[in-house]
Design a protein around this ligand. Structure first.
Ligand SMILES: N[C@@H](CCC(=O)N[C@@H](CS)C(=O)NCC(=O)O)C(=O)O
Length: 197
């Protein structure tokens, strides 16, 4: 069985990389040269015709066409890994709630961070709602750190990177979550940060 993840440094491929590192899932890392447009040409466009990373090829799952499963969109990749490789969900409710959080992070929260019109309108309100939901570092779904935590925490950890002057003091749980993420060995390894002391 081989999982091959296509991506580049400092891209949304970091989320499935972090998740697989946390869960001890082995994979082959296929790094593309985005500067030279490797993602916009064959053979990669046969995997993601939209020419974006990350993408995953999973030889343990055969699609209707008889070929290994090919997936694009970081959220779809994360949910597949959680479901099939980490066997994270105890029941349909956990699967549905994890899907909810992955879509929230990759659409609503991501837009509130990176789309200026949405940031102006939504960012403060979303942080105010999210902050108490992160209470006591409990997993968002189920009893163990999982895919919902990965995708929400990865987005929150973008804040000090992209908005270093942003004052996070009104949202203490968001701040604590970012600090905790930055201390996780798997996160540090994937993000290329030096080991925490
Ligand atoms: N919604 C997609 C976004 C994918 C995306 O925009 N990836 C960026 C890197 S973070 C990319 O491939 N950019 C290169 C390009 O668009 O040419 C996901 O979450 O996978």
């Amino acid at each position: 069985m081989t999982l091959t993840l296509y991506g580049s440094q400092r891209s949304r491929a970091s989320m499935p990389r972090w998740y697989m590192a946390e869960k001890g899932i082995d994979y082959v890392w296929a790094e593309l040269d985005l500067q030279n447009g490797e993602h916009r040409q064959e053979p990669f466009t046969a995997i993601n015709p939209f020419g974006k990373v990350p993408a995953l090829v999973d030889s343990s799952v055969v699609g209707a066409n008889g070929l290994p499963l090919q997936l694009f969109e970081s959220g779809a990749i994360l949910l597949h890994l959680a479901d099939v490789h980490a066997r994270e969900f105890a029941d349909g409710a956990e699967r549905a709630l994890a899907t909810q959080w992955v879509l929230f992070a990759n659409s609503t929260l991501s837009n509130a961070l990176f789309v200026p019109s949405s940031r102006e309108r939504e960012f403060t309100r979303l942080m105010g709602v999210l902050d108490p939901l992160l209470e006591a570092a409990a997993p968002l779904v189920g009893r163990r750190w999982g895919v919902a935590d990965c995708v929400v925490q990865a987005h929150l950890a973008y804040l000090p990177v992209f908005f270093p002057d942003l004052d996070l003091t009104p949202w203490p749980q968001v701040r604590a979550s970012i600090t905790a993420t930055q201390q996780r060995p798997a996160y540090r390894q994937v993000m290329g940060l030096e080991s925490a002391t």
